[in-house]
Design a protein around this ligand. Structure first.
Ligand SMILES: *Cc1c(COP(=O)(O)O)cnc(C)c1O
Length: 393
């Protein structure tokens, strides 16, 4: 039988049936513009405001603190540029890490060309930042700390509460890219002292091209997209009503099922990790063993290229991902794997299996079985591995 196993849930997820059902009427019968005053328009308006409440509830935020965007990348761009441009007279220094998503890293690099100074914090071999290093990076010019909640490649969870406390003590705005964490980790923006938080629909079984930015009430902040008066004058453009409705439903379900779903994913993840370590030699876990996303598994598999493993897995009907950005046509090793100290050679040979709500125990077992065969076959073809076996190196 043709297998079809999806273990790339960190890249995107399938839209849930319940989410799709909620969205569909807003493509057809309820097509009104939320800004129109007649009944058809206000029906859309009501739906958008309901979703805003669903997102706010999931974060312990107020509904007036939620702004819809076109996804995680826009939310990251807006958060960072919005703070930087508005607070320029206060300071020009931003602190982030070396392992952020490109939506954060490239935004910071863009601002560097415009006179801002950015500190890129190192991480340790598990991908964790050092809080003391964060403290000593702060200057009287620091206006923003932007550190991700959970890393998309290696799954490491950063100490967000402690970072929030440090930011607050020093009166610095704190943004976190929580795109991977939402739906898997309980988030409370108040308790965690988060001022800005990015999230995305398609990573939580919602649609692509929709996201949100939480902006704490009273924050000094510039707009990114100018135009009409939508989103209370903060983000112009006719609302993506069906997308917003889908995001609202997806995040509501994710919060409701968070504990149960995370426990199940942790069980599957640990089973996958145990079996890989038992059945495949010369593998190294990337990311922290326990402070990691419930669904994330990432290994360096020595003596083989990540891409060859992916292609072989694909032929077995298994969708996974590698640390290197080969999908984008670049063969650069991953900046995250380099930041945790992997040498270039090994940084190329990593495999990320990201589990989601539709994966089963049988799939986990099947993937390990196939992976072990593939690794064996590829290693037997690898001159490097054969030399090692015969004791030449
Ligand atoms: C996927 C992802 C993004 C980008 O979100 P989009 O909605 O695809 O733009 C940003 N940050 C992290 C950590 C992600 O995993």
């Amino acid at each position: 039988m043709e297998k079809n196993i999806y273990m790339d849930n960190a890249a995107t997820t399938k839209v849930r049936k319940e989410v799709l059902d909620e969205m569909l009427p807003y493509f057809s019968d309820n097509y009104g513009n939320p800004s129109s005053i007649y009944a058809l328009g206000s029906r859309s308006k009501v739906a958008v405001e309901k979703a805003r409440e669903q997102v706010a509830d999931a974060l312990n935020a107020d509904k007036n603190e939620i702004f819809f965007t076109a996804g995680g990348s826009e939310s990251d761009n807006w958060a960072i540029k919005g703070v930087a441009l508005r607070n320029r007279e206060k300071g020009n220094h931003i602190i982030t890490t070396k392992i952020e998503h490109h939506a954060v890293l490239h935004t910071c690099q863009y601002l560097e060309k415009d006179g801002f100074e950015v500190t890129y914090l190192d991480v340790d071999e598990d991908g964790l930042i050092d809080l003391e290093e964060l403290r000593s990076a702060i200057t009287d010019k620091t206006i923003l700390i932007t550190i991700m909640f959970a890393n998309n490649e290696i799954g490491t969870l950063e100490p967000i509460e402690e970072i929030g406390r440090i930011a607050k003590e020093n009166n610095i705005i704190f943004h976190t890219d929580a795109v991977q964490a939402v739906g898997s980790i309980k988030i409370d923006v108040k308790a965690m002292n988060i001022d800005l938080l990015s999230l995305s629909g398609h990573k939580i079984y919602g649609p692509k091209g929709i996201g949100a930015l939480y902006i704490k009430k009273g924050l000094r902040f510039d707009n990114l997209i100018e135009g009409g008066a939508q989103e209370r004058n903060r983000r112009a453009g006719t609302e993506n009503v069906s997308g917003i409705v889908g995001l609202g439903k997806a995040i509501e379900l994710a919060s409701k099922e968070l504990v149960e779903k995370s426990e199940r994913l942790i069980y599957l993840r640990d089973r996958l990790m145990t079996k890989i370590e038992k059945n495949i030699k010369h593998v190294r876990l990337n990311g922290h063993r326990s402070k990691r996303l419930p669904g994330n598994v990432n290994y360096s598999i020595e003596y083989i290229e990540g891409e060859s493993i992916l292609l072989s897995l694909d032929m077995e009907g298994i969708a996974a991902s590698s640390g290197s950005a080969c999908t984008s046509g670049s063969l650069d090793p991953s900046h995250v794997l380099l930041a945790i100290g992997l040498p270039h050679g090994i940084a190329h040979g990593s495999l990320r299996l990201s589990l989601g709500m539709y994966n089963t125990e049988e799939e986990v077992d099947y993937v390990v079985e196939k992976l072990a065969e593939i690794v064996d076959r590829l290693r037997n073809m690898s001159p490097l591995y054969n030399e090692r076996k015969t004791g030449v190196i």
